[in-house]
Design a protein around this ligand. Structure first.
Ligand code: ZN
Length: 284
């Protein structure tokens, strides 16, 4: 099952269009994508009986701009820094001994095809696997960790390297939380359709040129490790999301460094999960 946010309403994506969750369920579920995520098991079992004959709204690639953020207002947005060896090297930073956790503040989340602002001369992009938590929990074991994941999607961790490196030590949360710096989507793919979240090809292109080409198997700390580690401190709640870190090949890692320019189009693809695409524009 694929769930998305189309013009602010939760929809289920099918082969030839979208199904509105609220109207098709006769108001059993609201139009809120966050509500759908927090009642995902119920939505899923309803959908199994409602799928046949449900009214389909036409939807194709020409309407992708109608898609909004697949998580709109989570209580927590965790992000993991330096989680791929080659990326830590290109940033000139030591490998972390434990997951390096920071926050992307929730107001940065935006649609999968949203325009993103060039906030400084060192505006950069980072392709990342994003995981969506489906169950509440603390002190989750590594073995049980994937049971807490409801959905996966593609994310971009847009980053202002100028702000990130302005002081010492570097700081992450502020430099990665500007408006529209967290595109997520294009839709949510159920965890049962993703056999192994740490075996997915992940690619980022700028104007069609490959910047990042890796696989989530190259993470230093796996999805399981990250969930278990963060849950030793923070309660995880349905709808919380994790940006799980970026492979090498960011703009800062190009030689010479190549930061984003006005008019650039950043397209980010993860195997099984789809592609998001974001044009770089002047700050809005
Ligand atoms: Zn990142």
């Amino acid at each position: 099952m694929r769930i998305g946010n189309r013009q602010g309403r939760a929809v289920i994506l099918v082969e030839n269009g979208t199904i509105d969750v609220e109207t098709t369920s006769k108001d059993r579920f609201s139009s809120s994508i966050d509500e759908a995520i927090s009642h995902l098991d119920e939505v899923r079992s309803w959908w199994q009986s409602a799928a046949v004959g449900a009214p389909v709204d036409a939807f194709d690639e020409s309407m992708f701009h109608e898609l909004g953020p697949v998580v709109d207002n989570p209580s927590q947005v965790f992000a993991i820094g330096l989680n791929y060896h080659a990326h830590a090297n290109e940033m000139g930073l030591n490998l972390p001994e434990v997951p390096m956790v920071f926050g992307k503040f929730a107001s940065c989340l935006t649609g999968p095809f949203a325009r993103v602002p060039r906030v400084s001369e060192m505006t950069d992009c980072e392709a990342e696997l994003v995981i969506v938590i489906g169950r509440r929990g603390r002190d989750i074991s590594v073995d049980d960790a994937l049971d807490y994941v409801a959905e996966y999607c593609v994310g971009q961790d847009m980053s202002d390297r100028e702000l990130q490196m302005r002081g010492s030590p570097a700081q992450f949360s502020m430099s990665k939380s500007f408006r529209h710096s967290g595109p997520v989507g294009p839709w949510l793919t159920s965890s049962d359709e993703v056999v192994d979240p740490n075996d997915l090809d992940i690619i980022c292109k700028v104007n069609g040129q490959v910047f990042q080409d890796s696989n989530t198997s190259n993470m230093i700390f796996s999805v399981r490790d990250i969930i278990a580690y963060v849950s030793t401190v923070c309660e995880l709640r349905p709808g919380d999301i994790f940006f799980t870190g970026s492979p090498d090949g960011t703009g800062k890692g190009q030689s010479p460094p190549r930061f984003l320019q006005l008019g650039d189009v950043v397209s980010t693809t993860i195997e099984r999960l789809g592609t998001i695409s974001n044009e770089v524009v002047a700050p809005m």
